[in-house]
Write a protein of this length. Structure first.
Length: 253
């Protein structure tokens, strides 16, 4: 399989605080990687390094074999979808305008292409066409989150970064969005990096799970391997009880 994202000996320091050190990771194209760990362990830092929102203090990050230090950062971000917790939609724009924002930048004057992209992704994320002219304030939390996902995917990126995107919605809506996202991943084959604080969500969604602690990798494995063979005491504590209480089936090995 082709490597899509690679971290090579990455270190990140904020002032005197070392949040990541000696971090090495290779993610294959088409993987759905869930990232979990203790608060402040470097989950979001790792995510934001992929699209250049956070620069490493030392080390390198490669996307599709190219060092992102050598890439135009604006262009890099346009080609990587990004969705975060809660509604970060433009409040003065309609659903259609929000989803069309990046495609408009890429397609320039080809309005038909953008319009088709909006319709396509609204359908894929389960939004009805009659919501196109509504504003974010007129939508439910679940609908807003779906618009956010559609906007992140509307430029047909190769990579989708998600930082606790379902943390602000109720449990029923969260379950529905998880199922939608798994379906979208299966349909598109996009490479997904998904930060969560919920071990059940990490195991349910990921083809692989990355467990982090104090800026270092504790384990990177398939959900089943993580449950059967936790590599460290930290991982063992994290997955404790999941084999007995989880009501979902694990990814095939």
């Amino acid at each position: 399989m082709k490597t899509e994202i690679e971290f090579k000996n990455v270190k990140k320091v904020y002032g005197e605080k070392v949040v990541m050190e000696g971090f090495n990771l290779s993610i294959e194209k088409g993987e759905f990687v869930t990232i979990i760990g203790s608060s402040g362990c470097g989950k979001t830092t790792a995510l934001k390094m992929v699209n250049g929102l956070v620069q490493p203090t030392s080390g390198d990050i490669f996307v599709d074999g190219e060092n992102i230090r050598n890439k135009n950062q604006t262009q890099l971000r346009r080609n990587i979808g990004y969705a975060i917790q809660g509604s970060v939609l433009f409040p003065h724009m309609t659903v259609e305008q929000n989803i069309a924002y990046v495609p408009n930048l890429l397609n320039k004057r080809d309005k038909g292409k953008t319009k088709n992209a909006v319709s396509k992704w609204m359908k894929i994320v389960g939004l009805s066409e009659d919501l196109k002219d509504r504003y974010p304030s007129e939508l439910s939390g679940g609908q807003q989150q779906r618009v956010g996902i559609a906007r992140a995917l509307a430029a047909s990126p190769e990579i989708l970064l998600m930082d606790e995107p379902f943390g602000a919605v109720d449990e029923i809506t969260r379950g529905q969005l998880q199922m939608e996202l798994k379906r979208i991943h299966g349909q598109t084959g996009i490479t997904v990096l998904f930060v969560t604080h919920d071990i059940s969500e990490a195991l349910r969604l990921g083809t692989k799970v990355l467990v982090m602690n104090n800026g270092k990798m504790e384990q990177f494995a398939k959900p089943g391997d993580l449950l059967r063979s936790p590599a460290t005491e930290f991982v063992k504590e994290l997955v404790k009880g999941e084999c007995r209480t989880s009501g979902f089936s694990l990814q095939d090995d």
